[in-house]
Write a protein that binds this ligand. Structure first.
Ligand code: SF4
Ligand code: SF4
Length: 280
């Protein structure tokens, strides 16, 4: 028996702009608040809370145009799911860690909580559009509403958030969503490969596979079909998606796309942008 050709996402639903990083409305929070290491593709080893030496006074990156050429994959692959502008513009009303050094540590801690909330909200907002998971719609919407309320709290309340118990609820629900998807798509129970690292899967049908948390580093997926395939937490560094169809992939993030290789023939979900290096 073949694969059921059912629709994955509802028509006309698109991820909101608030889930996309808008660095012009931020104060370079990721370049300061996070721990970075050369081994992970950043320009230096630095502790959390110390600004990267390339971050300028206007919060722009001095070497932004050269990040690819210098192979700084940590920088090019990073995405904050819109947490940077939420913290800078909404929670702190435009006040930055430089304007108020006394509050800097608190701003960084708030940012670290909000990134996690935004990341979960991003996946929930996609989950609510998935046709095979429509029976879970009201549960997903309830968790989105709670998330948005948490992200609008005062800094002190954000820091008191019980993020672990919220995360447990989200993970549980997303697992149910993935199960529903696979039940709809893997009607012939094709066995998903287990080892992807550097392997060749050119032109294979990857439809409906659960690639959540899989190490896809340097795997070759040129020309593959990823309809309904789930990518929660998958590591896509140097993964080749040239000419692949990711248009109906599920739980794929901008950071994963940025970290991978591809070209203009790669089909991406509508809410994701093509990295500048993905040429024809
Ligand atoms: S924290 Fe987000 S919005 Fe701010 S500079 Fe980093 S990626 Fe851009
Ligand atoms: S090199 Fe640029 S993008 Fe990378 S951490 Fe430093 S300032 Fe940020």
């Amino acid at each position: 028996m073949g694969i059921k050709m059912i629709k994955i996402h509802e028509e006309g639903t698109e991820m909101s702009r608030s889930m996309k990083s808008d660095c012009a409305k931020c104060s370079g929070l990721c370049c300061v608040a996070l721990f970075c290491s050369k081994i992970d593709g950043f320009p230096e080893d630095k502790t959390a809370g110390k600004p990267c030496h390339n971050l300028q006074k206007d919060y722009r990156c001095k070497i932004h145009e050269e990040l690819e050429r210098r192979n700084l994959r940590g920088c090019t692959g990073y995405d904050c799911f819109g947490a940077g502008q939420q913290v800078t513009q909404v929670i702190y009303a435009g006040q930055t860690w430089r304007d108020s050094p006394i509050q800097a540590e608190e701003i960084f801690q708030v940012f670290l909580v909000v990134i996690q909330l935004h990341q979960m909200c991003y996946f929930l907002k996609e989950a609510v559009t998935l046709i095979p998971a429509k029976t879970l719609k009201s549960d997903i919407s309830r968790l989105i509403k709670r998330n948005e309320e948490m992200c609008r709290q005062s800094p002190s309340d954000i820091l008191k958030t019980d993020i672990e118990s919220y995360r447990d609820e989200v993970n549980c629900l997303l697992k149910e969503v993935c199960n529903l998807l696979q039940n709809h798509l893997l009607v012939d129970k094709r066995k998903c490969p287990t080892d992807f690292l550097g392997k060749n899967f050119k032109n294979r049908n990857m439809q409906g596979y659960d690639l959540n948390t899989k190490l896809l580093i340097a795997a070759d997926f040129e020309g593959c079909n990823f309809r309904g395939t789930t990518f929660l937490g998958a590591d896509t560094r140097d993964t080749n998606f040239s000419n692949a169809d990711l248009g109906e992939a599920v739980f794929l993030s901008q950071g994963q796309v940025n970290a991978a290789r591809g070209n203009r023939n790669t089909k991406l979900p509508k809410h994701l942008d093509y990295p500048v290096t993905w040429q024809a």
